[in-house]
Every structure is written in structure tokens, then in C-alpha cells.
Design a protein. Structure first.
Length: 140
């Protein structure tokens, strides 16, 4: 199955109908079509969307841990490239895949991916996590 063939049902397209651009926002809800495809929501319905949940939690021994959870379309990870990025000031972003661990998601009603910062936040007063999603399949 190609990326294009897999995306057609997500956008409710008939064969031969053009696929909306990954970065467009077809329904005007502020979420790009690519984000909606990836998170398993309907890019043509502005009332349905999934946000990326990020939290600061107390881990073992009370150490602070940055974690994130994202609802996903189960077929999307094979068709998209996912890069977690870390920032301590919202200006400089580090795209080091080794700084995050993909973990088992906590109890969730929808399929998803969970991330955890590999190190604890002992000295940092703030930390931010964002996910960059591109339409290129992994390995390209």
C-alpha cells in the first residue's frame, strides 16, 4: 500500500480525487491535514481533533519527568516520519531522538504513542516537548 492509497480513506476521497496537501487545514480548525491524518481524526470535520498532551510528572524518588501522549491513527506511523524535539526556552529546539524513550501509553481509550524524556529535569525550571510530523515515510 502506498502513502497515497493509505491516505485516501482518511480524507474520505474517491479514487482519482486529489489529496489535500499535508500542511493545509481543510476544515479550518487550526490543525493541519497531516496532523489530523496522523492522530486519526477527520480533516474535513472541524469539531473532531486530537491535541498532543504533555505533562510534568513525579517519577521514582520524586524526580520530575517530562512525558507526552498522542492519539494516533494506527496505520500512520508506518507512513509518516515522527521526530520529538526538546526545548528549555521555546527558542532553541533539540531534535535528538536518543533524548526520548517511547513508552507504553497509560490507560487510554484510543491508540497512541507515549514519550518520556530519558533524563529527569533536576536543574531545568521549564521544559517543552513538540512533535514534528512529516509526510515522508521513515527511512527516506
Amino acid at each position: 500500500m502506498t502513502c497515497i492509497t493509505a491516505r485516501m480513506p482518511a480524507f474520505r476521497l474517491a479514487p482519482g480525487e486529489p489529496i489535500p496537501a499535508f500542511e493545509w487545514d481543510t476544515d479550518g480548525d487550526g490543525k493541519a491535514n497531516g496532523w489530523e491524518y496522523f492522530s486519526g481524526t477527520d480533516p474535513s470535520n472541524s469539531e473532531l481533533f486530537a491535541d498532543f498532551e504533555v505533562s510534568l510528572t513525579a517519577g521514582k524518588g520524586g524526580h520530575r519527568q517530562l512525558t507526552g501522549f498522542l492519539q494516533i491513527n494506527p496505520s500512520a506511523p508506518a507512513l509518516t516520519n515522527i521526530t520529538p524535539e526538546l526545548s528549555y526556552d521555546l527558542r532553541l529546539w533539540e531534535a535528538d531522538p536518543t533524548s526520548f524513550e517511547i513508552t507504553d501509553p497509560p490507560f487510554a481509550l484510543y491508540p497512541g504513542l507515549a514519550w518520556k524524556l530519558a533524563s529527569t529535569l533536576e536543574q531545568a525550571e521549564a521544559a517543552f516537548l513538540r512533535i514534528i510530523i512529516s509526510a515522508e515515510p521513515p527511512g527516506r
